[in-house]
Design a protein around this ligand. Structure first.
Ligand SMILES: [Mn+2]
Length: 361
């Protein structure tokens, strides 16, 4: 892990050089963790060609040096911004980049008032450009998170019964993952039966699970910061004709996109493969979200698989492949796997069964 952190810092320094700035202030918590190893909830990183500072408050004076050994700790109390003039002076920095997508306007005002002597330069994606290609340490953790998610699905869904509420079902899945090594959920689990499943991001409700209805289950474990993401749609007891028709279309779209996925494709091209199948089947209007997204330290990150994504896929990218069809009043079908792009195609990490009908009582 230490080696990986050194590589990330070295790569960031190249990006800083290319961006024509002297130093970069990192305020986004995920970027801060990725570059330094520091997992605290508050703090800023300041990096240039030779220095790396981590300014944080009293709560983290103990943890910061062990998590982020490559960074010099600057003790900021409650006013981290007050440390900026001295740190920038130590660096002889005159053009200082900040993360324009992440820094709030209020904090920006505080920073420029604290250090008016430097030129503040908006930057985008300097750390995200690195995060998009996962290194070996990251892929190990992602594999663990995905495997735990698979196991939870396989072990827990056979316990689902008619009359059990969506919330109870979601809790059974969550507690299984917590007990077996998840530090938390990657996001709030979705269990959405019948009409609730027509909302792609439904919240589990008090509605009972019923035999014969589609039940959308979207879940992921988080292991040491890394997220899994998987969706299956199941049915307690036998499926009906509508279920089988819609399920087959979504599965075909999902499999076609997965088979095509390889480096050098754009996010849009992959999305189009799945979207065409669903559109030609007559359900294009009912697939209103994008095909997939990257995931890692954040549950939604680059690269996006969508009609508006021109990003070119590369080995080491992770993506979800998750087409869906949502029929108001009836419900939804979504099938989602997690994959990593390889040199020649992709490796699907998700192994959970796609058999929709489970016995259920
Ligand atoms: Mn997803």
């Amino acid at each position: 892990m230490r080696d990986n952190l050194h590589k990330r810092l070295a790569a960031l320094r190249e990006h800083i050089l290319e961006a024509d700035i002297d130093a970069l202030v990192i305020t986004n918590p995920t970027n801060r963790r990725y570059i330094s190893g520091f997992t605290g909830s508050a703090g800023i990183l300041l990096v240039n060609a030779t220095c790396a500072f981590l300014a944080t408050d009293f709560r983290y004076y103990e943890q910061a040096p062990s998590q982020a050994p490559a960074f010099s700790l600057k003790k900021g109390g409650n006013e981290i911004a007050k440390l900026l003039p001295q740190m920038l002076d130590d660096m002889h920095a005159s053009r200082v980049g900040f993360e324009s997508v992440h820094l709030s306007y209020a904090d920006y005002q505080t920073y420029i008032q604290a250090a008016p002597q430097v030129e503040w330069v908006p930057t985008t994606g300097l750390v995200e450009d690195l995060r998009v290609s996962k290194d070996g340490a990251e892929l190990d953790l992602i594999r663990q998170a995905v495997a735990l998610t698979d196991t939870a699905f396989t072990e827990v869904t056979p316990q689902f019964k008619q009359g059990m509420t969506e919330r109870e079902a979601a809790w059974l899945l969550e507690s299984f993952m917590r007990v077996h090594g998840a530090e938390q959920m990657a996001f709030d689990i979705i269990v959405a039966g019948g009409p609730n499943g027509a909302m792609p991001h439904a919240h589990p409700s008090d509605a009972p699970l019923l035999r014969g209805q589609p039940i959308v289950i979207d879940m992921g474990a988080r292991v040491q910061g890394y997220d899994a993401d998987m969706t299956r749609t199941i049915c307690l007891g036998p499926t009906d004709n509508t279920f089988r028709e819609i399920y087959a279309i979504v599965l075909r779209a999902q499999q076609a996109a997965t088979a095509a996925l390889r480096p050098q494709m754009s996010g849009k091209e992959v999305d189009t493969i799945a979207r065409q199948i669903i559109t030609e089947a007559g359900y294009g209007d009912y697939f209103g979200h994008s095909l997939g997204h990257g995931a890692g330290l954040d549950i939604h990150e680059r690269p996006r698989l969508s009609q508006s994504s021109s990003e070119i896929l590369k080995p080491g990218n992770t993506v979800t492949i998750e087409p869906g069809i949502y029929l108001p009043g009836w419900g939804g079908i979504r099938i989602e796997d997690f994959a990593v792009i390889t040199e020649t195609g992709c490796e699907v990490l998700t192994k959970a069964s796609k058999e929709a009908s489970i016995p259920g009582t």
